[in-house]
Ligand binder design. Structure first.
Ligand SMILES: Nc1ncnc2c1ncn2[C@@H]1O[C@H](COP(=O)(O)OP(=O)(O)OP(=O)(O)O)[C@@H](O)[C@H]1O
Ligand SMILES: [Mg+2]
Length: 517
């Protein structure tokens, strides 16, 4: 047993939520991978290694181990704490003061219960209490792992899976063992999203305070395996255009083209399959919006993040009550956005009748940027022309370009590519579309090609009275500039936005700064 000591003398350990990130590389021979990095230092770690029995990579979340006696004691402390305080109410306050509060409560309860604990046990308890009352229990460290993109739970007794930025889909050692714990956890997710789940309204679609997207189902149906949830983590700092060049997602030419299109108020749709990187590209090209212009963005769940002031972000709201009142849809938001007189309207994703309003908006003069599910231009046009969207060919003609994003395996690595940029030249009355494809990515040699002249450039030249050769010159110089930023490693979102804004005001100065003049 541990020596008798006064728990009040133990110093509260520091929880480091952003320990240094390792540099991870994917290697061909996965059986050689064995990596460990801290998540919440000094308590939790990610350990990724090759599981030779399953013949796959495994993600083990390492947390301090508790003896059965410690587990039991901790369980009692948690119950006692729940009875004393309502954590739901204090969660909004400053983290440090809540941590200090938990520490005080822990010390008080241990003293009261009269069972002394060692310093080591005390520190472990403190960590677990943080996780339980402030954090997100079993998955808290996953949420802190910079490399995790998605967290997926498919029910009771099934290991959680994560999507890792470098190693992709990995099984983990975290399992919700009983339905009650999992149901409680889904309720906690709902509550942290400011939403409500119940058996009567069992679908949760929300956003956590850190911006992560949550989808969950709440059920105790025994035939299914109980509640499920997926969390798409919010990359707090959006990826900037030069960063997408670094990822080889697209070419500097493609970006320079999109920059000009955005500047000259074109209408752009980004298409692609699930998690093909549509929203990420949308966010990146939104950096190109001129600083003085007014932007309204409309989303179901908050994903877009723009480092600009002149921006009104709006998020739709599902019904907040059991009766279904209080609902604000994308359609409602879009209609009201026109009254705000925006220069740019960004819609996170179009699915239904809001597409009609979006296209009408394009017709009324401002620029629209949005994403849509569909893996080719043909599918996208079909989707726009058929129910529930039902756009007329005339309205479709307002669209300038469609960017098609795709998943691709290159050199054994999962990547995202801007597969092609297709310009809508003419949609005929029978609904068929004449298109022009200035940019493509060739999967055989992993290169990007600038194939054709751009019809949208011609349109811009016409509409704004800019000679074509001027436009091409600008395209070339911006290509070089974007490439320079990439080479110099200028990725920070504030810095990139600053440079783009500066380029709008004093282009020659920026070009001189980067040796292009
Ligand atoms: N260019 C890229 N390179 C590498 N990873 C990327 C890239 N773009 C996006 N990702 C990663 O892929 C995941 C999905 O990205 P994103 O949300 O942009 O896709 P999406 O197509 O909008 O997905 P959804 O279909 O859910 O709307 C994110 O976790 C993101 O970190
Ligand atoms: Mg998206």
């Amino acid at each position: 047993m541990c020596p008798k000591v006064n728990i009040d003398n133990y110093e509260r350990p520091l929880l480091d939520f952003s320990p240094p990130k390792p540099r991870l590389v994917n290697i061909k021979d996965k059986s050689k991978i064995n990596i460990r990095y801290p998540l919440i230092a000094p308590f939790s770690f990610a350990h990724i290694f090759w599981d030779s029995s399953k013949k796959e990579l495994f993600y083990e979340l390492e947390e301090p181990s508790l003896t059965p006696a410690e587990s039991d004691y901790l369980g009692q402390i948690i119950i006692a704490m729940r009875q004393i305080i309502n954590f739901d109410e204090i969660i909004e306050k400053n983290l440090e003061s809540v941590l200090a509060y938990i520490d005080n409560m822990l010390k008080l309860l241990v003293a009261e219960m009269g069972k002394e604990i060692s310093k080591e046990t005390y520190e472990k308890f403190y960590y677990y209490l943080y996780r339980e009352f402030i954090g997100f229990n079993e998955i808290d460290s996953f949420l802190k792992d910079y490399f995790i993109e998605d967290i997926e739970c498919n029910g009771v007794g099934i290991p959680l899976y994560i999507v890792h930025r470098v190693y992709r889909n990995l099984e983990t050692n975290i399992v919700f063992k009983n339905i009650q714990t999992l149901s409680n956890f889904v309720e906690k997710l709902a509550q942290r999203c400011g939403k409500y789940v119940s058996y009567a309204s069992p679908i949760l679609d929300g956003t956590l305070p850190d911006g992560s997207r949550v989808n969950a189902t709440y059920t105790s149906d025994i035939t299914s395996r109980g509640p499920t949830f997926t969390i798409r983590k919010f990359t707090k700092k959006p990826w900037t255009p030069p960063q997408l060049i670094a990822f080889r997602t697209l070419s500097p030419e493609m970006l320079a083209y999109l920059w000009l299109l955005v500047e000259y108020k074109s209408n752009i749709l980004i298409a692609g399959g699930t998690s093909a990187g549509k929203t990420t590209l949308l966010n990146a090209i939104a950096f190109f919006i001129p600083p003085e212009d007014r932007v309204v963005s409309i989303e179901d769940t908050r994903e877009l993040n723009l480092p600009r002031e002149n921006w009104i972000p709006a998020v739709s709201r599902g019904s907040t009550t059991v009766e279904g009142t209080g609902e604000v849809t994308l359609f409602d938001l879009l209609k009201s956005s026109f009254r705000q007189n925006p220069n740019y309207v960004i819609v996170g994703e179009v699915r239904g009748k809001e597409a009609y309003v979006l296209f009408q908006g394009m017709a009324s003069g401002h620029s629209s940027l949005s994403t849509i599910h569909g893996d080719s231009v043909e599918t996208v046009i079909k989707r726009l022309e058929t129910p529930p969207i039902n756009l007329s060919p005339t309205l479709l003609n307002i669209l300038d370009s469609v960017c098609v994003m795709t998943h691709a395996i290159v050199n054994n690595e999962e990547t995202r590519k801007l597969r092609e940029i297709v310009e809508i030249v003419d949609v005929k009355q029978d609904g068929t579309a004449l298109t022009n494809t200035p940019f493509v990515w060739n999967s055989y040699n992993n290169k990007f090609y600038f194939k054709h002249q751009s019809k949208v450039f011609e349109k811009i030249s016409h509409r704004f009275g800019i000679p074509m050769d001027k436009l091409i010159q600008e395209f070339n110089i911006r290509t070089k500039l974007l490439y320079k930023w990439y080479v110099k490693g200028i990725f920070d979102f504030k810095k990139v936005q600053e440079l783009i804004n500066q380029y709008y005001q004093e282009p020659r100065k920026v070009l001189t700064q980067f040796g292009l003049l």
